[in-house]
Design a protein around this ligand. Structure first.
Ligand SMILES: [Zn+2]
Length: 210
């Protein structure tokens, strides 16, 4: 893959991040997808469609231009690649987009329960509550528009009965945020089994009980 469209460092980061996350069981059966935008060129590198993470290399990645057209790579891009492109177009500060299918997040989504921040990691990872995008089978332009409205200032949004989408500035950041949101969801469900947990919120630079 040519290096001028997307830096080699960014490509390696995409592969290594998805290999790390797949070992954490955030994505069953090689589901999920990750992309990153190279701020020098505006090109977007995205994971390929339905390809196992444990054997994935940078040569399996696909590069798209800002309009979503494939400009490099021999595989098909992820099914959600155009969704990623639309998020980048709408959010200039976002340079990494990650979709995973974590079990505790999905349990909350299926229960139509927003993921309230009840741990400091959860609050930091999501920037508050993680809202829920109602289930939609098709994920085209209308889906992205509605999803970004639902998402607001949160770093993540639950796709009901499907998974999680997280945005950030780097692939490491979206990975860490996804892990943090999943662990917060796990603790939330544990706590709800015993009572009503107190939540956290940001007040200025501080975290306080909501
Ligand atoms: Zn999915």
């Amino acid at each position: 893959m040519s290096e001028e469209k997307v830096s080699a460092e960014l490509q390696t980061g995409v592969v290594e991040t998805m290999q790390r996350l797949s070992k954490l069981s955030l994505m069953p059966a090689d589901q999920g997808n990750l992309s990153a935008r190279d701020i020098r060129t505006g090109h977007i590198v995205v994971t390929p469609h339905a390809y196992p993470y444990d054997v994935m290399t940078v040569d399996d990645l696909v590069v798209l231009n800002a309009g979503g057209e494939k400009v490099d790579g021999h595989r098909e891009p992820s099914y959600d690649a155009q969704l990623h492109v639309a998020v980048y177009a709408a959010r200039p500060k976002v340079n990494a987009v990650l979709h995973t299918e974590p079990p505790y997040v999905n349990a909350c989504g299926a229960l139509n329960r927003h993921i309230a921040p009840i741990t400091t990691t959860g609050l930091k990872s999501a920037n508050g509550m993680v809202p829920i995008m109602p289930f939609r089978y098709k994920r085209g332009g209308e889906f992205v528009k509605e999803m970004l409205e639902v998402m607001g200032d949160s770093h993540g949004v639950v796709w009901q009965n499907h998974g999680l989408l997280v945005v950030g500035e780097t692939v490491t950041q979206v990975a860490d945020r996804s892990v943090g949101i999943e662990f917060n969801a796990q603790v939330l469900l544990l706590a709800l089994g015993a009572g009503q947990p107190q939540t956290l919120q940001h007040v200025g630079a501080e975290m306080v009980v909501a």
